[in-house]
Ligand binder design. Structure first.
Ligand code: HEC
Length: 195
């Protein structure tokens, strides 16, 4: 039995050694694997929804009016956010608070906080309604964004939001953010007699 065991160990060692040699002789660029397949552009498209919110590049084609947005909102958002986005059983208000960032009591709403309007589109498209994310059409997202902007007094009641108009909405807090360019640390390397 002992003899058999050591014979197995030896042949195992030879096997491992030959595998290792074989692996090392493979060209690095072409691993010898037989699983996976190249992904098609069409399969990437639904995931590729990034928007550069500062200028709206990447916003999809489509459009939606304030009136259409009110209909979407009343049907799909009121239950959590309350009528006219004034706050509901699940979340607080999405209107008002504009200018509050300059006071000690900040009221966070898209109108008071977001520096760029396309953030609203991006957030809603990805995450809302919270119980059914990514169920809205692009036009519905434009429309409901238009409605929330209108409730915040940032676009008129007849506004239509699309790839161009949404990025042009001037958000009140646009210049309220500062770039934090402080270095990560001011520590000076010290190995002996340190403070
Ligand atoms: C099931 C409840 C629910 C529904 C329905 C829902 N939301 Fe929300 N929503 C939330 C919650 C909770 C948050 C806060 C999430 C957080 O802070 O992480 C939120 C946050 C948001 C925000 C960000 C607010 C901010 O101050 O930055 C927006 C915009 C928004 N929702 C829009 C919508 C729209 C538009 C709809 C309808 C299409 C909708 N939501 C439907 C629960 C819901």
């Amino acid at each position: 039995m002992r003899l058999l065991n050591s014979a197995l160990v030896v042949s195992g060692a030879i096997l491992i050694a030959s595998c290792a040699t074989q692996e090392m002789s493979q060209p690095v660029a072409k691993p010898n694997v037989k699983y996976g397949k190249a992904i098609a552009e069409a399969d990437i498209a639904p995931w590729n929804i990034d928007i550069r919110t500062s200028d709206g590049s990447g916003l999809p084609a489509g459009r939606g009016s304030v009136a259409e947005g009110k209909a979407v909102y009343d049907a799909k958002c009121t239950v959590c956010h309350g009528a006219e986005a004034k706050g509901g059983p699940v979340v607080g208000a999405m209107v008002g608070g504009i200018g509050s960032f300059k006071t000690n009591v900040r009221v966070l709403t898209p109108g008071s906080m977001y520096p760029y309007a396309p953030i609203l589109f991006d957030y809603i498209r990805r995450a809302m309604p919270m119980d059914k994310p990514q169920s809205l059409t692009v036009n519905e997202v434009y429309a409901v964004s238009a409605y929330i902007l209108q409730l915040n007094g940032l676009v008129p009641a007849d506004a239509v939001m699309d790839q161009t108009t949404l990025a042009k909405v001037q958000m009140p807090n646009r210049d309220g953010f500062i770039v934090d360019d402080r270095p990560d640390t001011n520590a000076v390397r010290c190995m002996t007699n340190c403070k």
